[in-house]
Design a protein around this ligand. Structure first.
Ligand code: UFG
Length: 343
């Protein structure tokens, strides 16, 4: 019998790619989403890639009653991968209550029901944002957690603490927290990818929308940082590699290989790239000239971060397979497919 896995935020960017990888490994996948930052057409993309239609329920995780009803109908789930959350840093500064309400209440509802129905395994979507401006690079999982730079970042820190506390209290509940660096790219089929609603906040969707002519110009936020070319450095990880890290984490829990009830892993490539490197690599691999300008720094941006991923490599036996070139090619392929651009 294949294991039944619930993916919250299942039609979102990382959730949909994880659904594909799970289906391809013969898991039975149950997706829930409220479509606040995704689209039902993603379900068709997943089906076209895998030939399997995932179970889907439109669900608002902040609705206690609705979540209780969902779990009453799906009490035989084996594990949960929890992606559903709001994630725009700037918006979280303007609407902190929305972020605390949405990200924390959803998590509490989910956990209450996992305990109620004895669903023992959780993989949680955390972020390198918990490290703030790092003292040492690359960042290890043991690096200190700094005061959060935004309400969004704070929701990730508090969520981690809630999960840690629960794993201490409940012997039969274990979790893996994955701290992602910057996910980019799209499924190599071009059938699913990142689909931000409105103006993108993140670099790569802004680049692909500029290349597609939807945005006039890419603004590079600052070129006077203490980095080789003056622009910020991030660790950009292909979304399919990131999705596969979730499978590795899930299987570690299911096979009871975890050494403690709550483990944490950095999921990044271990390499940093500057904003200008990303722009120029995008231009090179896709044979496109991007319209960009250098603008002021964006408030709250960390100068440079990249992961030490040796723990994930050793313990999860996970290793990124895609290059930055692959990721930027796949991102553009997806944007072109989605917009019907022929080149
Ligand atoms: N950038 C630009 N122009 C843009 C968009 C981004 O120059 O139009 C730059 C940013 O200044 C930054 C880099 O591109 O230097 C990456 O920015 P993103 O917005 O793509 O990603 P961030 O690193 O700011 O944010 C990501 C996640 C957040 C998470 C954060 C933790 O999106 O959810 O990492 O560091 F909180």
């Amino acid at each position: 019998m294949s294991k039944k896995i619930l993916i919250t935020g299942g039609t979102g960017y990382i959730g949909s790619h994880t659904a594909v990888e799970l289906i391809q490994k013969n898991y039975e996948v149950f997706l829930v989403d409220n479509f606040s930052n995704s689209h039902s057409s993603v379900l068709q993309g997943i089906k076209r890639i895998t030939q399997i239609e995932p179970h889907f329920t439109k669900l608002e995780l902040t609705d206690k009653q609705a979540v209780a009803e969902y779990f009453a109908d799906h009490h035989d789930l084996d594990a949960v991968i929890h992606f559903a959350a709001l994630k725009a840093v700037g918006e979280s500064v303007e609407k902190p209550l929305l972020y605390y309400q949405n990200n924390l209440i959803s998590l509490l509802h989910l956990l209450e029901n996992m305990i109620e129905y004895q669903i023992p395994y959780l993989v949680f979507s955390s972020s390198c944002t918990v490290y703030g401006e790092p003292d040492k690079l690359p960042i290890k999982e043991t690096a200190p957690i700094k005061p959060a730079l935004s309400p969004y970042g704070n929701t990730k820190q508090i969520s981690e603490e809630i999960i840690v506390d629960l794993t201490k209290a409940e012997d039969n509940f274990s979790a893996i927290l994955l701290r992602y660096f910057n996910p980019i790219g799209a499924h190599p089929s071009g059938l699913i990818g990142e689909l931000p609603i409105g103006i993108p906040n993140n670099l790569v969707p802004y680049i692909t929308q500029t290349a597609a002519g939807i945005r006039d110009v890419l603004r590079i936020f600052g070129d006077d940082y203490d980095t080789p070319d003056g622009t910020c450095i991030r660790d950009y990880i292909h979304v399919v590699d990131l999705a596969k890290a979730h499978i590795a984490a899930l299987e570690r829990l299911i096979n009871a290989e975890n050494e403690s009830n709550c483990e944490v892993f950095n999921i990044g490539t271990g390499r940093g790239h500057s904003v200008l490197e990303i722009v120029h690599t995008f231009e090179k691999v896709n044979h496109i000239k991007l319209n960009y300008i250098i603008d002021d720094r964006r408030e709250g941006d960390v100068e440079k971060v990249w992961a030490d991923n040796t723990k994930a490599q050793k313990i999860l036996q996970w290793k990124p397979q895609f290059t930055i070139e692959d990721a930027l090619r796949d991102a553009w392929q997806w944007e072109k497919n989605y917009r019907g651009i022929k080149t």
